[in-house]
Design a protein around this ligand. Structure first.
Ligand code: SF4
Length: 416
């Protein structure tokens, strides 16, 4: 039987889809190269914005129309948030939501098409390890799921449920498997990664886990943390990175969301701008040339010209070498969804464009700051112009020329 997995949204969704793929292949299913060859479709949905949910539903409908004999399984955040949109579609066989992603293949036998557990605040951690990783050079490892922070704009605590962490043994085993399969960079992630702690030992947190991942192989490899909240960065965490820069990538992706104190409060974020900046300075003091990137939401209710200018100036002051800017999107069940002072959509988008321009300027300034310095690029692929591309430890993209393939190699270069 042939299957096709269609994944929307975040890296955690991609990871769960990768795990499902590996399990289905192990059970003798084949991955269909083309949609028309598939007997089964697994659609892993996203609900981070209205647009995302529209895309999910449009895709599921078109699959049902184009391939009436195929079986369709819908899972992920949109099916957790709006299951009726999928259970009401005759072409959909099973709707799973966000629990049971570790046993999707068993759900195929289900007599009912509605397997969504709506009690998302009491989910248990489901282990969905991978052995080979999505890409052949960098391997993502999910260590935590769910979130208890309830930022006022965010639907994730309702769709992914309560924060829950994975057993350290399972994580370390997956890391060894990935390194054994040739992966050179391990990306540690989750939904609220910084809240990680071993379920059997609450004192064992992300810093302990990273320390235990420093000597998993005698072949060269490195570790990158995909994202961490400023409020979750401890002195021990910074010291560990400072003393192991050869393995722990000195790149800190810290979601900011706004540079206006007023808006941060309305967002129910867990830090002040002063605390955020002091964390950045603590890191800069111990890790010279550390790279900082962030997420920002523009057009949150009440964000006037002044509030946005504050955000712009704060991003400029910190010098984020990459700013992921998103226009605010009203989400159901969220506190912000009930707030007044809505900002026109065209203004939200215009502010995104301004921040992307600033992001490019900041990246140029950061590259200039590193002029003459050496970095190590992990070559991921050969691009259309025949150059080999990859990221340095501080998350700058480089392309280099080489006579023979250097994909999967660590390549040392001096920034000119
Ligand atoms: S920390 Fe905030 S933005 Fe991030 S997933 Fe949790 S509630 Fe959403």
């Amino acid at each position: 039987m042939k299957f096709k997995i269609i994944t929307f949204g975040c890296k955690v969704n991609s990871y769960e889809s990768e795990s499902l793929k590996e399990r289905l292949l192990e059970e003798g299913y084949q991955e269909a190269k083309k949609e028309e060859d598939a007997d089964y479709f697994f659609v892993n949905t996203c609900a981070v914005t209205n647009e995302a949910e529209k895309k999910d539903l449009k895709k599921v409908r078109s699959l049902g129309r184009n391939y009436p004999s195929a079986r369709i399984v819908v899972m992920g955040c949109s099916s957790q948030l709006h299951k009726e949109r999928y259970t009401s579609l005759p072409q959909v066989d099973v709707v799973i939501g966000n629990s049971k992603k570790g046993m999707v293949e068993q759900c195929l036998e289900s007599k009912t098409n509605d397997l969504v557990d709506l009690d998302s605040r009491h989910f248990h951690y489901e282990d969905t390890p991978t052995k080979f990783g999505e890409k052949n050079v960098r391997g993502y490892i999910k260590v935590q799921d769910g979130c208890d922070n309830f930022c006022s704009y965010c639907v994730v605590p309702f769709t992914r449920g309560n924060s829950r962490s994975r057993k350290r043994e399972s994580i370390l085993q997956e890391a060894k498997d990935l390194l054994a399969s040739g992966i050179k960079e391990l990306i540690i992630g989750g939904i609220d990664t910084g809240s990680y702690h071993d379920p059997e030992d609450k004192s064992y947190d992300l810093t302990h886990l990273l320390r235990d991942m420093l000597s998993l192989s005698n072949k060269p490899y490195r570790i990158r943390v995909s994202s961490i909240e400023a409020s979750q960065i401890s002195e021990e965490y910074i010291d560990l990175f400072a003393s192991h820069q050869d393995i722990l990538c000195p790149h800190f992706h810290m979601p900011l969301q706004s540079g206006s104190e007023t808006i941060l409060k309305k967002m129910n974020r867990k830090y002040t701008l002063e605390e955020f900046e002091s964390k950045v300075n603590q890191i800069k003091a111990k890790i010279k040339d550390a790279a900082f990137s962030c997420d920002v939401i523009t057009g949150f209710p009440g964000e006037g010209e002044k509030e946005f200018e504050d955000t712009y100036q704060f991003c400029k002051k910190i010098g984020f070498m990459r700013i992921h800017a998103f226009p605010y999107s009203e989400r159901p069940f969220t506190a912000a969804g009930r707030m007044k002072d809505s900002v026109p959509v065209y203004l939200r988008q215009a502010r995104v464009r301004e921040l992307i321009k600033l992001s490019d300027e900041n990246e140029k300034a950061y590259r200039k700051q590193l002029k003459g310095k050496e970095v190590t690029v992990l070559i991921e692929e050969k691009n259309k112009s025949g150059l080999y591309e990859g990221y340095s430890e501080n998350y700058l993209r480089f392309d280099v020329s080489a006579d023979k393939s250097i994909v999967g190699q660590f390549y040392r270069l001096k920034i000119d």
